[in-house]
Ligand binder design. Structure first.
Ligand code: SF4
Ligand code: SF4
Length: 64
């Protein structure tokens, strides 16, 4: 049985490119490119939800 894997989804219409998600993610899942957060390593996500909680624009949702 495959475990449910969490992964972040960024709403680019809300993202301001502030970089908070890059700073708070312990797994280096995000990179900011062209002023938008890009989910670079979705498989590394451990589902801690720090990014979701701390994004000032509420642009990140964790889906499982
Ligand atoms: S914390 Fe939110 S607004 Fe800031 S770069 Fe990340 S997704 Fe975009
Ligand atoms: S839930 Fe945690 S590990 Fe996953 S992307 Fe957000 S901050 Fe990184």
């Amino acid at each position: 049985m495959a475990e449910k894997k969490p992964k972040p989804v960024v709403d680019k219409s809300k993202c301001t490119g502030c970089g908070t998600c890059v700073s708070v993610c312990p797994m280096e899942v995000f990179k900011v490119e062209k002023s938008k957060s890009v989910v670079k390593k979705p498989k590394e996500c451990i589902g801690c939800r720090a990014c979701e909680a701390q994004c000032p624009s509420e642009a990140i949702k964790i889906v499982e």
